[in-house]
Design a protein around this ligand. Structure first.
Ligand SMILES: [Zn+2]
Ligand SMILES: [Zn+2]
Length: 313
């Protein structure tokens, strides 16, 4: 009797598992994955700084002097017309940034994360952990759904407690400078207070609260950049990225036809690598660029992604 029950349970679980597995695949899983790893690049490191709600035209010399200077520097890919998803909420855009596919594939079309398909379209964190689980990955966010729904299950350090932007910055510096709580190789940060200022007061440099918040973020980004520069001097090979999820107009960002909303800023900086300067980037280009930078080539990922690597061959 007991054995029969166990058998039934095993059968039930295997049926359940195989159903679950079906939702994890798309046509790209039908091809044999050709995985090539350049071990000389696998110890490279990446910092992605996410700034929620940056309206491109707000990034000016007086409002955000560091980001402005970075935008005109050599050794940087920069655009103020980075393409966002056709649904201009935060959830779809951070999902596209992290997975390298548009929302039609990852199926996050609002901020409820009701039915995401990260199973068929994993984040770059999951691909990279799958190649080498000794790579230390971390995500520190103000907007906690990113860790709760997307990253906590696949990264080594992804706290889910609510923290403000200053705490994101302080935890990031502790991570990068003191290797606490771990010596991170791949780091994602998310700052949310600019978007909050936009919703409360307006997404515009004319709005003092929005301008002041952008100025504070600019200081955090500058200090984090100097931290990365110091780590580069010790021989670590870092790719530095800054991206936003959408812009804003008035006190919202729901109108996907509005250019103040449907394009935003994106930076990729490295001291010696060249970027595809003629390509107009969008949210799906970050994941393939990061995977390429780490020397990973996966035919299944290449089949699934909607983006391209911005690194020149
Ligand atoms: Zn947002
Ligand atoms: Zn918002």
């Amino acid at each position: 009797m007991k054995i029969n029950y166990s058998l039934a349970l095993v059968l039930f679980l295997s049926v359940l598992f195989s159903c679950e597995k079906n939702t994890c695949t798309d046509d790209c899983n039908l091809i044999t994955n050709v995985l090539e790893i350049d071990s000389a690049k696998l110890n490279r490191k990446v910092l992605v700084i996410g700034l929620d709600g940056v309206r491109s035209d707000a990034m000016q010399q007086n409002s955000s002097p560091f980001l402005h200077s970075l935008s005109v520097a050599n050794e940087v890919y920069y655009t103020a017309s980075h393409g966002v998803e056709l649904i201009t909420y935060s959830g779809p855009n951070w999902s596209s940034i992290l997975t390298g596919v548009h929302y039609a594939k990852h199926q996050v079309d609002d901020n409820s994360f009701a039915n995401p398909n990260y199973c068929a379209y994993p984040t770059f964190f999951e691909y990279i952990e799958g190649v080498d689980s000794t790579i230390n990955t971390a995500s520190i966010v103000n907007w906690t759904p990113i860790n709760t729904h997307i990253l906590s299950s696949v990264t080594d350090f992804a706290p889910q407690a609510a923290i403000n932007d200053l705490e994101v910055y302080e935890q990031a510096q502790s991570l990068l400078i003191n290797a606490a709580p771990l010596d991170a190789d791949l780091v994602f940060l998310h700052f949310d207070e600019l978007d909050a200022a936009g919703h409360s007061y307006g997404f515009s440099l004319e709005v003092p609260e929005y301008a002041a918040t952008l100025n504070a973020l600019d200081g955090y980004v500058e200090n984090l950049y100097h931290t990365i520069e110091a780590k580069r001097l010790t021989g670590e090979d870092w790719l530095f990225m800054v991206v936003s999820d959408h812009g804003g107009d008035g006190t919202g960002h729901g109108d996907a036809s509005n250019p103040y909303i449907n394009q935003t800023i994106f930076f990729a900086q490295h001291p010696s690598l060249d970027f595809k300067s003629q390509h107009n980037s969008n949210q799906t280009d970050l994941a393939p660029t990061i995977i390429d930078f780490l020397g990973i080539s996966s035919s299944v990922f290449d089949c699934k992604t909607d983006g391209i690597s911005l690194l020149e061959e």
